[in-house]
Design a protein around this ligand. Structure first.
Ligand SMILES: [Zn+2]
Length: 326
């Protein structure tokens, strides 16, 4: 996201995107390369344990990268994943057992914390978030896929942590990414925001939902908006996507043209929904709303979808390239 500054200042970084890391996927099947990388003193490890990430306190900064000996000293990895190359030096995810990572919380030289807090609080540089997200997502996937979904036999990691192979029937299992649409429905000078019961009081965001099998992104946007808020949607314009490793989704951000405005709220899905004026949405982004309502943080794609609409209005719905949008 690189846009000129505006009334809201420079555009913030979307979290978990733009690492600059070379994934070097062609090396994943080369065991000699991987063995050499694990021992290379230039290699750096990201250390996770379930939902927890281990950071080193180094002077005034928090560092997510550990040298090979440092990572090994935390304990054996349950699984590892080769994340790629940074200036030809390997980056590897070192997955501890969750309870082992939790025990590290007592160590004063470390900060053991969840990834969402790291992103929202800006604890590490933005470029470190994508490999942390990949490591957390893939290593947690290994933990949930120890047995073959086809035959029930144990599986083992292969392809440098990017696949699990069944030891009995031979089926390959790949880490999933679950697409999830997140959309801002727009009706002229108003947009549709929702409050979820799990949100902090005062936070309102876009509607969102998982894409179902056999469904296009546009269809998912229309279905979810109608199911959750009773609003019919016409044109859909893709805006941007964001990896969302909680546990392993891809958020597909869209602007959607509302063709009805009456709200029929599904209270089983969302706590509330309302039409918010463009001006009011701007106050929510800036946290200046008179009722202390606010939008999600700048790290989240919802913030970017709302901001683009506040700045550009219904121009965000123009879609010269979107042949499939209507
Ligand atoms: Zn099997």
């Amino acid at each position: 996201m690189s846009k000129d500054s505006s009334a809201f200042g420079p555009w913030p970084s979307l979290a978990y995107v733009d690492s600059g890391l070379d994934r070097a996927a062609a090396r994943r099947g080369d065991p000699d390369f991987l063995a050499a990388a694990e021992a290379d003193p230039n290699t750096r490890f990201y250390v996770t344990g379930g939902d927890l990430i281990v950071l080193a306190r180094r002077g005034e900064t928090l560092d997510p990268l550990f040298r090979p000996a440092e990572a090994a000293a935390f304990g054996p990895a349950v699984e590892t994943v080769f994340l790629g190359l940074a200036d030809k030096a390997a980056r590897i995810g070192h997955g501890l057992a969750p309870e082992t990572a939790a025990q590290l919380k007592t160590r004063p030289e470390l900060l053991v914390i969840d990834l969402r807090s790291i992103a929202v609080q800006g604890l590490v540089s933005p470029a470190q978030l994508p490999p942390l997200a990949a490591a957390k997502a893939v290593l947690a996937w290994h933990g949930r896929h120890r047995f073959c979904a086809n035959c029930g036999a144990p599986t083992k990691s292969s392809e440098a942590g990017w696949r699990r192979d069944c030891t009995s029937c031979g089926v390959f299992h790949f880490p999933r990414t679950d697409p999830c649409v997140i959309m801002l429905a727009i009706s002229g000078e108003r947009c549709l925001l929702a409050h979820q019961a799990r949100f902090s009081a005062g936070m309102w965001s876009c509607l969102a939902g998982f894409v179902e099998p056999g469904e296009t992104l546009e269809e998912a946007v229309r279905r979810e908006t109608f199911e959750e808020a009773g609003v019919k949607v016409g044109g859909v314009r893709y805006y941007a996507s964001q990896p969302w490793p909680f546990p392993m989704s891809l958020m597909v951000g869209c602007h959607a043209e509302a063709v009805s405005t009456e709200l029929v709220i599904d209270r089983g899905e969302i706590a509330d929904a309302r039409w918010v004026s463009r001006a009011e949405a701007g106050l929510m982004l800036a946290r200046q709303h008179p009722d202390q309502l606010y939008a999600p943080p700048p790290t989240a794609i919802a913030h970017h979808l709302i901001r683009a609409y506040v700045e550009e209005g219904t121009a965000v719905l123009e879609n010269p390239a979107g042949a499939g949008a209507r």
